[in-house]
Write a protein that binds this ligand. Structure first.
Ligand code: 5GP
Ligand code: ZN
Length: 113
């Protein structure tokens, strides 16, 4: 757990959140400022600040993140949805603990803004 990391604290239950999924490796919760009817953030419990900090040893962890997204999409009855992962402030990353956005329940345009 990294000091002063919001998502480490949320995953540890030190800061409250609305849990959607939890296991030993991942935690998922509802975004506090949802951009869609369903907007879930999925985080590995392991602190990785940016996706570019991941190394080959994280391959299984990162693959598993996508499979958890599938599981949550099914749980939320979503067949169509968007997965997004922002890297760096210019791409919209505001919390530096990697998280996959799972958004659904409305139509999306491409490319995103
Ligand atoms: P990013 O901009 O880094 O890709 O995504 C960060 C997301 O975290 C944003 O969508 C923001 O609304 C959400 N967020 C920020 N602080 C909190 C919080 O304290 N609780 C929850 N549930 N979501 C948060
Ligand atoms: Zn963290």
């Amino acid at each position: 757990m990294a000091e002063n990391c919001l998502f480490c604290k949320i995953a540890a239950g030190e800061i409250p959140s609305t849990q959607v999924y939890s296991d030993d490796t991942y935690y998922a919760f509802r975004d506090i400022n949802p951009g869609a009817p369903t907007h879930v953030l999925i985080v590995p419990r392991k602190h990785i600040a940016r996706i570019t900090d991941a190394d080959p040893g994280d391959a299984e962890l990162l693959g598993g993140l996508m499979l958890i997204a599938n599981k949550i999409a099914a749980q939320e009855h979503l067949t169509d949805f968007r997965l997004a992962l922002n890297c760096g402030p210019h791409a919209g990353q505001s919390v530096f603990h990697i998280h996959l956005h799972l958004m659904g329940g409305r139509d999306f345009s491409w490319p995103p803004g």
